[in-house]
Structures are given as structure tokens and as C-alpha cells.
Design a protein around this ligand. Structure first.
Ligand code: GRF
Length: 213
């Protein structure tokens, strides 16, 4: 099987990128990280990618001002130029327009730091603490035009412990993100279970990849 060429889109630290890079080195992994794009310059994730010999580029959103479509056209051009087959959003802190979402429908994954559909959007850990939930976690899902609402590929749960702060909870969740994102990409890139859209996924649901109470 020829590994899928994957682009990872980041905005910062890139710890999920690191987990994907590590996983993709394993023999037989069905994807390889061929490109890293950041919308911010000078972020740790770009250095990480370059240090691992992966093509790494910043396509800064700021020169595009409010022209999101033009920024996304530049991203799409870079993805095409590098022969990318799958896109992984990993801490990419820009809302996408329908243009990029539809261009990559079924070929774009995201990791989100909550047990979706709970806590879509930002500040998930603070909201989980404020809500008093006992379980929190993370989700890998396909990106659709509804924010943080696409078909779920994998989830992992963690306990919320007495005395947790936003930082301690985020750290516990992040460990699970690093476990499930490479697993979800492995399954998705190898075509298991083959289709995640519409009736096909309802007829043949993917069992959860990980559940860590
Ligand atoms: C992760 O918690 C991810 O779920 C969220 O942003 C964070 C990015 O972390 N969307 P990193 O850049 O992968 O370290």
C-alpha cells in the first residue's frame, strides 16, 4: 500500500504534529507527513517539522487581512502542489470557510479537546470545569461545514479530578490526543472501515478506538 501523503496544519506548539510524525515513522503506517503548514511564523511546530526533514511553510493569514478566501486559496495551492491526499488539522486556530472544507470533504481530520458533541469551540477545559463534568476528553473527527460537528472517528475520555485546574486537565487530555490522533489517522488512511459519510457510517459504525475512564 502506498502511504497517503498527509499535510498537517498548525498554529503553534505542534505536540499533536509530533505524535503524528512519530507514528508515521513506524513500518507499515499507511500515511506519511509530507507537508506542515502554519498560519503563524516562528512557531515551535514549524521548527519541529523542519528538524524532522519535513517540508514546512508558513502561510501567514495576516497579509490577507480579511480575505479568508484568498488565504485558503494559497493553502489549497500548497496542498495541491505537494500532492497531498489527506489533511490533519492539529491546533490550527482558524475557522475554515466552505471553500476549503468542501475542497477537502472526507479528506480532512481534526483533533478537538473535548468529548464532542460536548464543548465545541474554544476554552473547552475551562468550560468542562465550570460545568462540573466528571468525564472530559478528546475527539478526532472529520471536518464538515459545521464547526466541530463532523463524523467522529475516535474519542478518549479522562476523569476530571478534584483540584483540577485548566492546565492539569488540559495536560491529561493532551496525552490522550497524542494516542488517538495517530490511531484514527492510521485507520482512516488505510480505509478502515472505508466510509464515514452518511448512510454508510450509520450502517457500519466504527467502534470507539479508545476509552480511558
Ligand atoms: C490541542 O489541544 C488541540 O486539541 C487543540 O489545540 C491544541 C493544540 O496543541 N485544537 P498542539 O499544537 O498540538 O500541541
Amino acid at each position: 500500500m502506498i502511504p497517503a501523503r498527509v499535510a498537517v496544519l498548525i498554529s503553534g506548539r505542534g505536540s499533536n504534529l509530533g505524535a503524528l510524525l512519530d507514528a508515521a515513522e513506524a513500518p507499515g503506517y499507511p500515511a506519511r507527513i509530507a507537508l506542515v503548514l502554519s498560519n503563524r511564523p516562528d512557531v515551535a511546530g514549524l521548527e519541529l517539522a523542519a528538524g524532522r526533514g519535513v517540508a514546512a511553510r508558513c502561510i501567514d493569514h495576516r497579509p490577507f487581512a480579511r480575505d479568508r478566501a484568498a488565504h485558503e486559496a494559497a493553502i489549497h495551492a500548497a496542498l495541491t502542489e505537494h500532492g497531498i491526499g489527506l489533511v490533519c488539522l492539529a491546533g490550527y486556530m482558524r475557522l475554515l470557510t466552505p471553500f476549503l472544507v468542501s475542497a477537502w470533504a472526507g479528506r480532512m481530520l481534526n483533533v478537538h479537546p473535548s468529548l464532542l458533541p460536548a464543548f465545541p469551540g474554544l476554552d473547552t477545559h475551562a468550560r468542562a470545569l465550570a460545568g462540573g463534568v466528571k468525564l472530559h476528553g478528546c475527539t478526532v473527527h472529520l471536518v464538515t461545514d459545521q464547526m466541530d460537528a463532523g463524523p467522529i472517528l475516535a474519542q478518549a475520555a479522562v476523569p476530571v479530578l478534584p483540584g483540577d485546574t485548566e492546565a492539569s486537565l488540559a495536560a491529561r487530555v493532551l496525552i490522550q490526543e497524542h494516542r488517538i490522533y495517530p490511531k484514527a489517522l492510521r485507520l482512516y488512511a488505510s480505509g478502515v472501515p472505508g466510509a464515514y459519510d452518511g448512510a454508510a457510517s450509520l450502517a457500519s459504525p466504527l467502534p470507539p478506538l479508545a476509552f480511558t475512564p
